[in-house]
Write a protein that binds this ligand. Sequence first.
Ligand SMILES: Cc1ncc(COP(=O)(O)O)c(C=O)c1O
Length: 392
Amino acid sequence: MSAAPDWKALEDAYVLPTYEKFPFVLTRGEGCWVWDDAGNKYLDLYGGHAVAALGHSPREVVDAITRQSRELLFYSNLVYLRARAEAARALVEFCGEKGSQVFFCNSGAEANENALRIARSVTGRAKVVAAEGGFHGRTAAAIAATGYKYRKGLPGLGADIVHVPFGNLDAAEKALDGAAVFLLEPIQSVQGATTATAEYLKGLEALCAKTGALLIFDEVQTGLGRVGARSARHAFGARPHLQTFAKALASGVPAGAVLAVPEVSQKVKPGELGSTFGGGPLACAAITATVRAVEDRKLWENAAAMEALIRKTFDFPQIKEIRGKGLLLGLVLDRPSKPARAELLKRRILVGGADDPNVIRLLPPLTVGPDEVGALRSALADIFAAETAAAR
Ligand SMILES: Cc1ncc(COP(=O)(O)O)c(C=O)c1O
């Protein structure tokens, strides 16, 4: 019998080395669990990077895309599609503002790119104001609006973009003079789960109303129930003109969306935006199934309950602070988190890091329960106790 191929070596040989990866080959996932090619089972509290909101390979989404792919795998925006109509209605109803409309695309970066494009064309202005520390994706405008290291080394990008400190309304007010738009992540996930206050977001809403700029919430991570509410807009009680979604939107089928409130959507003109694959039937079937499942199961309530459990029980002196909301959380350690994350991996628990080196980032499926939270707590208790013993 010939030996199984070394998929890791093969991928390293043929794929550009742009990511630091977990050191295993995944073959299967179900709920909060994934399996590698040696049959090892891991508890996934990273959720495939905030994508697996319903858990891995959720039945309702798998059934929906199987059905759709048999009926019609693809047609572009040149035709009307039942799947697209249903997905747009599902997202608008989920977010709850009547008369809002959706533009579908394929990723978070594209959603931000298109939201910026809408804001510039609707206001007739060029200047973009964005918050320092925000991450918005890797395409031209999205990376230029990204408020830190990722945009470095890209000269020529972002001539019309001004960055201001996150949380500072005075700086926002000055920068918004003559601007088209303010773009921010209500919770800066990649950076380390730094969280806005409701006052700040409502203050930005008021400043945008005063200056005629549009407000965009990048909800690529915070949308769809993750933050213990339907979206950050609901969690903080501030109304942006545009919300961008991706990640969990279609449970892993590539999809992004921009949701525009009525007074903005009415001003978008035919031909201004476009995407071949955006709004295709397969992605839309996955979007409808995902959004309906989050809605029917009110998964934001479980996210809020699990956040409360974590805040109550993760009472380790090594955790200085817990940032974030719902199931977008940053456990801020009193030291770099890399060794603890490596120890968690040895115990077959997957978590994320962040650009703040002290942060362990949790982005688990919204279906996660007290048993899985308890498993993480026990593992951390073990790891911290071993560290303390070693230090004596
Ligand atoms: C808040 C936020 N916005 C945008 C993006 C970009 O999304 P994508 O990788 O789908 O382009 C990300 C990706 O991590 C993100 O976290």
